[in-house]
Design a protein around this ligand. Structure first.
Ligand code: ISL
Length: 619
């Protein structure tokens, strides 16, 4: 274990990335064929009837997940927490929050998942802790405290009085609005907190912090968990604590000092040695890495460097942000998205590994954001039309994502097309990020509340956090207390639960769930899906997302019309001979298909005999 800064190899002297060969299916790690399902526990299923999701609720839905066919469950944080950021503020890493259950229930859940052939990974939030964690309580108790240096304490800016505007040690901003520094009156210093005031950043440059984190991780692995999703793991190594120039970026001011900071690759290699070495074949790790360019992703995921298996990149989910960032939403240009995803497909092929996602607990719902959730048609009274576009657009996007090279992640409710939420005023929003942004923009900067709310409705993380709609009973079947009028879910269920729910979807001739089942099965059974090379077709086309996957002499052609208008297929996408593999046209409507035109939101996947599709030899 590297204990001293002087021993460290800075990232820019790290060895160049070894470009290994195309993955060999015969000895590829298990997670290259896996699909992951993310659970946000407070909103997944409420087993004890208190309006708050829990482990008992999760246990009751394992069969739904097993039937879907997923290989791995990722649990968002379930540790004891004051819940200022829904559990991403952890007060004790080695226990379960009583709202969710007990360690015994956790062990039973893990065993039940394993019995069904599913693995389970934990959310590891170690860039910061809760301000109620024992480490921080000690750290803030006095300047001489044992653990003072476990967090990042700095004096006020020279010449300023601590706690007054402008006295913060640097001009860095928080991810959740306002300054990134929190004044502590008792000890007369600021501490760094890149997120909420209750989420102080750990000082990873202190080897005792790292040792404590690694010991905690081993404790979970010894308990049987199958790996970790690592929250903002690319932010753990801070650079210089200096003022920075304002830049237009989707990251807060200051991020260039700590995003993919000077020692981050050293720390992840060390973590691998200390925690995973010798047992990593059965495990998987995925780093969440906002603000990470491809060049760093190649370092993080190169198997020969042994850092993490894959990362979540953020470039593609920033393409509908305007100049003002996520609260300045812009229309997505499909060409930009295709170019971006193709760049990541090429950039990690044979040298690292992609994760594939279009939504999670921090993002709006996929079908509302990129597809058509049918809201417009519903307002015109066209219930069937609304259902049709929601099904077709959800499945088209799913296919386009899942048939790329990488490990796909499904977010709870995505598998049956849950939508964004019709939020009204600010009182409807629960998320600290949304509330802080509203307060800052409206109360401090004088923005028009109507504009701020309009952007919030589109982009807020709350869209993803309402209770899962299991059926059409009270509260969408989320809570075991559905017959008790005095208990309501912690966040109201989306009012569309009577029509959009898991049970209705599974009974429908247009079932999004069944389509996901087929996508997952394809990845499991067809090595072209898992390992084939990705080649984008028609990059300049504004409606069509088309690509091939090639492995040896096998070629899969994916063509998707990601628009609400018919799309004539260019000749490059019409091979002379092709075997149908998958489509989102329901069986009883298949006869009407025009081979030369993709209907709105239609996706077709075909196998073509060899080489590139036979351009020009159209049907
Ligand atoms: O969602 C975001 C803002 O729009 C992101 O910037 C997000 O805050 C960032 O991706 C980090 O996310 C992770 O860490 C946060 C937590 O709030 C998120 O839920 C988590 O996924 C702090 O732990």
């Amino acid at each position: 274990m590297t204990g001293h800064h002087a021993d460290a190899a800075p990232a820019d002297t790290a060895p160049a990335v070894a470009s290994s060969a195309v993955p060999d299916p015969a000895d590829a790690p298990w997670w290259t064929r896996a699909v992951v399902y993310q659970i946000y526990p407070r909103s997944f299923a409420d087993g004890d009837g208190d309006g708050f999701g829990d482990l008992a609720g999760i246990a009751s839905k394992l069969d739904h997940l097993a039937e879907l066919g997923v290989d791995v469950i990722w649990l968002s944080p379930i540790y004891p927490s004051p819940q200022h950021d829904n559990g991403y503020d952890i007060a004790d890493y080695q226990d379960i929050d009583p709202r969710f259950g007990t360690l015994e229930e956790f062990d039973a859940l893990l065993a039940a998942a394993h019995e069904r052939g599913m693995k389970l990974i934990m959310d590891l939030v170690v860039n910061h802790t809760s301000d109620e964690h024992a480490w921080f309580l000690d750290s803030r108790s006095s300047r001489a405290a044992d653990k003072r240096d476990w967090y990042i304490w700095r004096d006020p800016r020279p010449g300023f009085t601590g706690g007054t505007p402008g006295a913060e040690p640097t001009n860095w901003r928080s991810f959740f609005s306002g300054p990134a520094w929190q004044w502590d009156e008792a000890t007369g210093q600021y501490f760094l907190r890149l997120f909420a005031p209750q989420q102080p950043d750990l000082n990873w440059d202190n080897p005792d912090v790292r040792r404590a984190v690694y010991a905690m991780m081993r404790w979970w692995l010894d308990r049987g968990v199958d790996g970790f999703r690592m929250d903002v793991i690319n932010l753990i190594s801070k650079g210089e604590y200096v003022d920075v120039e304002p830049v237009t970026s989707s990251m807060p001011l200051g991020a260039e000092q700590y995003a993919n900071g000077p020692r981050v690759h050293e720390y992840l290699s060390e973590m691998h040695r200390e925690v995973f070495a010798g047992r990593d074949a059965e495990l998987m790790t995925v780093g969440e890495t906002p603000g990470t360019p491809l060049e760093h992703a190649q370092l993080y995921t190169d198997p020969t460097r042994a850092e993490v298996d894959m990362i979540f990149q953020f470039e593609h989910v920033g393409l509908d942000h305007g100049k003002g960032g996520k609260w300045d939403p812009a229309t997505l240009d499909l060409r930009h998205l295709k170019a971006n995803l193709a760049r990541w497909q090429d950039g990690l092929f044979g040298r690292g590994w992609n994760s594939l996602y279009l939504n999670n607990h921090d993002q709006p719902r996929l079908v509302s954001r990129f597809g058509d959730d049918g809201q417009g048609l519903l307002e015109q009274g066209d219930v069937d039309g609304a259902e049709r576009v929601r099904y077709a657009s959800a499945t088209a996007w799913a296919a386009v994502l899942h048939l790329q090279c990488g490990t796909p992640f499904i977010y709870q409710g995505e598998e049956f097309g849950m939508t964004n939420v019709p939020f009204g005023g600010i009182e409807d929003f629960a998320d600290v990020e949304a509330v802080n942004h509203y307060t800052e923009a409206v109360q401090q900067q004088g923005a028009d509340p109507r504009d701020v709310l309009a952007a919030l409705r589109l982009m807020t993380r709350d869209n993803a956090r309402t209770p899962v709609q299991w059926d059409d009973s009270v509260h969408g079947g989320f809570s075991a207390a559905s017959d008790r009028p005095d208990v309501t879910p912690w966040m109201p269920v989306n009012p569309n639960y009577a029509t959009i729910n898991a049970a209705a979807d599974r009974a429908s001739r247009r079932s999004i769930f069944r389509f996901y089942q087929r996508l997952i099965a394809l990845r499991h059974t067809d090595d072209v899906v898992a390992f084939g090379r990705f080649d984008l077709l028609e990059p300049d086309h504004e409606q069509l997302f088309a690509y091939t996957r090639t492995l040896g002499d096998r070629v899969l052609l994916v063509t998707a019309n990601l628009s609400g208008r018919p799309c004539p297929l260019p000749s490059s996408c019409r091979p002379a001979t092709a075997r149908p593999v998958l489509t989102n046209v329901p069986d009883d409507a298949a006869g009407e298909a025009d081979p030369a035109v993709l209907q709105p939101w239609e996706v077709r996947v075909v196998a073509v005999p060899a080489g590139v599709p036979d351009a020009g030899a159209g049907v």
